[in-house]
Design a protein around this ligand. Structure first.
Ligand code: NAI
Length: 721
């Protein structure tokens, strides 16, 4: 019996060798041990037989071209495994280098997705052809997992596209592109209509280029956009680290820094040295905790969510064909846009046709912006807009199978608008509310079919924010949950599922972050330090900035509503948070409720940049000194502790959903891998976290006391999985 191989060799009458990637043990090709062995044997044979070979085509027998490295292996990587990883990538690079310098044309014929390591194989080929199939993706997404493309990706992309374009268009954002976009960027040379066309084009190219060589192996080659020996080019290089640091605001993201260093240092030396430099940076990342956090969240947690881990299994797949959106304000208009954009009919209802039309105009504006960028055609725009019916008439909701309400945050009003349409829409239509804080079970009391009622909480701006928080009320049926899950996936959003409680998961957790920042201001800590600490921790915006956007009047109302509820229901009154004293002073005494009024913690000059209001010093002091690390960790700990309480209270029961919800919904620093992973990997694990929380509780208040469930888990040596 011949030995197993992941690469089939076929040589035709023209002496063109087709190498077909086809791992016999898996549904996709990955960079596993069998691939390594097979590629080593293949390049050895190519070298031996090259005099009888006219050229090489690399393609795949799987649905995708090549899936890249096996991330499960990377999760297991320990600090001391560095050498093993270095040896592995060095061998992969050696094999690709043999292909590239064979002296014969090598063409990548990409029949499907080529991401990461898969694209790196293609980059080592002299010519890249892909089938122009809308579902295939191309790119180097390593940075999004805290890694860098260590199979020659950085070195070749910089040599193909130049430092500027290579970093900005491919390496730093880790964008996954469709074939036509990848061709525009320069990663793909030619597009084909189908497999036959692709292979025919590959043959043609081989025949026309019998002695193909990579540009960087030709004499006189210079990196596009600049010669590293040219003083002008060298002058620009130091600007990269500075600009990047500004972009990531000093937060804990080692991958972009490593990618940039590998690109910039590698551009100043020859190919082989650049490749060695790239290898060293790769190893420093692959053995780091941040990469493990990001792989956990952005690969494994997302995969679980996409596979429907929190969706009831026995409900048939659903597609919302006609969606009713009640309220055409900021949120309703955004929801109408993403729904029409993905193919469904939308009935957008407001109190007047004018209001509804204004909401529809929002879609027109977004589509026009896309047309200006060359990403949309007039024809397609009209097609999308034609799907949106702007109306004030409840009768137009006939035939609707999914309703999303987005009127003002007021229980009576929400009840009223549901009652208007309840008997018009399909009998089994899902009745969803986009409330950001009102308990779903209470809202459901306003409709007849409480089992069809559910919370579907979007984030602003709807077209950009990837998350939707689904909230199940006491009576929500599994059908309504499954349909809502399917609708979220239909509009290309990531759904997390939580149980009912005031503020659900996201609003509740982000509320603690906002309150903590404001409380620190009240303690006399300098406002600038509070904002800087948030940015350095890796939050997208500072606390005071965030609360200005939300508006302090709204924030105070939410706190008051929670207390009113508790009074009514006779439950324990939530204590007044120190942040409320600060906000009351801001609103009532100083008349500065937030951005909407042009006055909050920040000033918003008409022709100038917003900046912290200088009066904060007089109002709150600003000379109290606490360690900078404490400022950062007070924000991260208070959110983590609130997340644990959500588990304790049954609001949340999926670690994957909590991690992804915290990053995508409320900006918890992505390098941590999400709020639960942050607790897991805190120095010393859960025990370390508990000890630090106790210390913060002694210094800053009881709210930092670690919940009993967390202490128990720590004592048992467990973590959140
Ligand atoms: P908005 O004030 O921009 O829009 C509300 C719209 O509802 C207005 O166009 C208004 O004319 C319309 N409306 C009022 N009464 C109506 C009726 N009887 N029938 C039909 N339409 C009616 O409010 P926004 O910001 O869009 O918020 C809507 C809901 O979404 C609220 O429950 C809010 O808490 C929630 N939400 C808001 C987020 C945000 O960032 N603004 C984020 C997530 C949820």
């Amino acid at each position: 019996m011949s030995e197993q191989t992941a690469i089939r060799w076929e040589q035709d009458a023209d002496n063109i060798v087709t190498l077909t990637l086809d791992d016999p043990n898996q549904s996709a090709n990955t960079m596993n041990e069998l691939y390594g062995k097979s590629m080593a044997a293949t390049v050895e044979r190519l070298e031996k037989e090259k005099d009888n070979i006219a050229g090489v085509i690399i393609t795949s027998a799987k649905k995708t071209f090549f899936a890249g490295g096996d991330l499960r292996d990377l999760l297991k990587a320990k600090k001391e495994d560095g050498q093993v990883f270095l040896d592995n990538v060095t061998e992969i690079k050696r094999q690709l280098r043999v292909l590239e310098t064979l002296g014969k044309p090598v063409v990548a014929a990409m029949n499907g997705t080529a991401l990461g390591g898969g694209l790196e194989i293609a980059l080592a080929c002299h010519h890249r052809i892909a089938i122009n199939d809308k579902s295939a993706q191309f790119g180097l997404p390593e940075v999004t997992l805290g890694l860098l493309p260590g199979g020659g990706g950085v070195t070749r992309v910089v040599r193909m596209l130049g430092i500027q374009d290579g970093l900005m268009k491919v390496l730093m954002q880790g964008q996954r592109m469709k074939a036509d976009k990848a061709q525009k960027v320069g990663l793909i040379d030619e597009l084909a209509t189908d497999r036959d066309d692709m292979l025919a084009k590959a043959r043609e190219w081989i025949k026309a280029n019998p002695k193909a060589q990579q540009p960087w192996d030709q004499r006189g080659y210079k990196i596009p956009g600049g010669d590293p020996k040219n003083p002008k080019f060298a002058v620009n290089l130091p600007a990269f680290p500075a600009n990047l640091k500004k972009q990531i605001k000093g937060a804990n993201y080692p991958a972009p820094l490593a990618i940039m260093s590998a690109a910039v240092e590698g551009a100043q030396v020859d190919f082989d040295n650049a490749s060695t430099i790239e290898g060293r940076y790769f190893v420093s990342l692959v053995t780091s905790q941040v990469a493990k956090n990001m792989i956990t969240a952005f690969f494994f947690n997302l995969q679980a969510i996409n596979a429907g881990a929190s969706r009831p299994k026995d409900v048939p797949k659903f597609r919302a064909e006609k969606v009713g959106v009640l309220g055409a304000g900021m949120m309703g208009a955004g929801i109408a846009y993403v729904t029409a954009r993905t193919g469904s009919q939308v009935v957008l209802k407001d109190i007047s046709v004018e209001n509804a039309e204004k909401g529809k105009d929002y879609s027109r504006k977004l589509l026009d912006k896309e047309i200006a960028k060359g990403k949309m055609t007039e024809e397609k725009k009209e097609e999308i807009l034609a799907r949106i019916t702007a109306t004030a008439d409840a009768k137009d909701l006939e035939g609707v199978d999914f309703v999303i309400e987005a009127v003002f945050e007021n229980t009576e009003l929400k009840h009223k608008v549901f009652q208007e349409i309840e008997d018009v829409v399909n009998a089994d239509a899902v009745l969803g509310s986009n409330t950001s804080s009102l308990p779903i079970t209470g809202l459901a009391k306003g409709v007849k079919k409480q089992d069809n009622f559910i919370g579907i909480h979007f984030f602003s701006p709807v077209d950009k924010m990837p998350l939707v928080e689904i909230i199940c009320g006491k009576d929500t049926s599994p059908e309504a949950l499954a349909k809502t899950y399917d609708y979220c996936q239909q509009i290309k959003k990531t759904p997390i599922v939580v149980n009912d409680a005031r503020g659900f998961f996201t609003t509740r957790v982000i509320g603690t972050f906002a309150n903590e920042g404001i409380a620190m201001l009240g303690e006399g800590i300098n406002a600038q330090s509070i904002e800087q600490a948030a940015m350095q921790a890796g939050y997208p915006v500072g606390t005071l900035n965030l609360i200005d956007e939300i508006n302090m009047e709204t924030a105070l109302k939410i706190g008051k509503a929670a207390r009113d509820d508790a009074k009514r229901e006779g439950t324990e009154l939530p204590p007044e948070h120190p942040a409320e004293t600060v906000m009351k002073k801001m609103v009532e005494e100083l008349g500065r409720p937030g951005k909407l009024q042009g006055k909050g913690f920040y000033e918003y000059p008409e022709n100038g940049k917003k900046h912290l209001w200088p009066g904060l010093k007089d109002a709150f002091g600003g000379t109290t000194e606490i360690p900078f690390e404490d400022i950062k960790e007070r924000m991260m700990f208070i959110e983590s502790i609130e997340a644990v309480k959500c588990f304790d209270e049954g609001v949340m029961d999926s670690v994957a959903d909590a991690n992804i919800g915290s990053i995508f919904g409320i900006g918890f620093p992505a390098w941590t891998g999400g709020v639960m992973q942050y607790i897991n990997q805190y120095e010393g694990g859960l025990r370390g976290f508990v000890a630090r929380a106790q210390q913060l509780a002694e210094k800053y208040g009881e709210r930092f006391t670690p919940p009993a469930s967390l202490v128990e888990k720590a004592e048992k040596g467990e973590s959140y999985r």
